[in-house]
Write a protein that binds this ligand. Structure first.
Ligand code: Z5A
Ligand code: MG
Length: 188
């Protein structure tokens, strides 16, 4: 169909849930099936703001909490023109973390995920500890009560292949639905 837009597919979850693994696999599978699909990630560490965030996350620099929150937000805003352009050109964007992480991780500051903690490299960066991740998970669950957003919950404790198959099938449906709806305002 001429002029149909792409879908915005956001992968959210606690640290080491497998978002990056699944995002890459999903884009590869969608492209192989003939869709135009690209991967984005947040924080996008390559920009000047992203470099500040990366250094903060690696505990190399200290930043005031409110400022960090706004830097994460600015890091998304700087990609908004690109996001809108790609979606309206019919490219489906798979986004590895988005504004929901912004809300969840900042909220977790103000307020034992055993499976995630046993996966590779858990614990090196700021926020990578069980208690913090538990608080972030609670906040994700609260955000999912917003029924205006099309949330789908996937059990990340299953095998990489099983999780991939579930996300791929859900994404095919979302791409079909998105093509029939005009682009609304982005949740930023
Ligand atoms: N943050 C924030 O505070 N505010 C914001 O606005 C945003 C983010 C956007 C860095 O994010 C931090 O930024 C993050 C939130 C905060 N801090 N925390 N938590 P990041 O996205 O750059 O985080 P990361 O360090 O790359 O970790 P991650 O993205 O959370 O991991 P993941 O992508 O979910 O997992 P993965 O890299 O795909 O997989 C991890 C390992 O598990 C790897 O060895 C895989 O092979 C393995 N794996 C994956 N899936 C499976 C399954 N199904 N079974 C077994 N093993 C698996
Ligand atoms: Mg990741």
């Amino acid at each position: 169909m001429a002029g149909r837009r792409g879908a915005l597919i956001v992968l959210e979850g606690v640290d080491r849930a497998g978002k990056t693994t699944q995002g890459r696999r999903l884009v590869a599978a969608l492209c192989a099936a003939g869709h135009r699909a690209e991967l984005l990630r947040f924080p996008e560490r390559s920009t000047e703001i992203g470099k500040l965030l990366s250094s903060y996350l690696a505990k190399k620099t200290e930043l005031e909490d409110h400022s960090v929150h706004l830097l994460f937000s600015a890091n998304r805003w700087e990609q908004v023109p690109l996001i809108k352009a790609k979606l309206s050109q019919g490219v489906t964007l798979v986004v590895d973390r988005y504004a929901f992480s912004g809300v969840a991780f900042t909220s977790a500051k103000e307020l034992q995920l055993v499976d995630a903690a046993t996966r590779g490299e858990f614990g090196h960066e700021r926020y990578e500890n069980g208690t913090f991740q538990e608080r972030a998970l609670l906040c994700f669950q609260q955000l999912m009560s917003d029924k205006t957003l099309n949330w789908k919950v996937v059990d990340a404790s299953k095998s990489i292949e099983d999780v991939h198959e579930e996300i791929r099938a859900l994404s095919e449906d979302v791409i079909l639905c998105a093509a029939q709806r005009p682009l609304g305002e982005l949740w930023k």
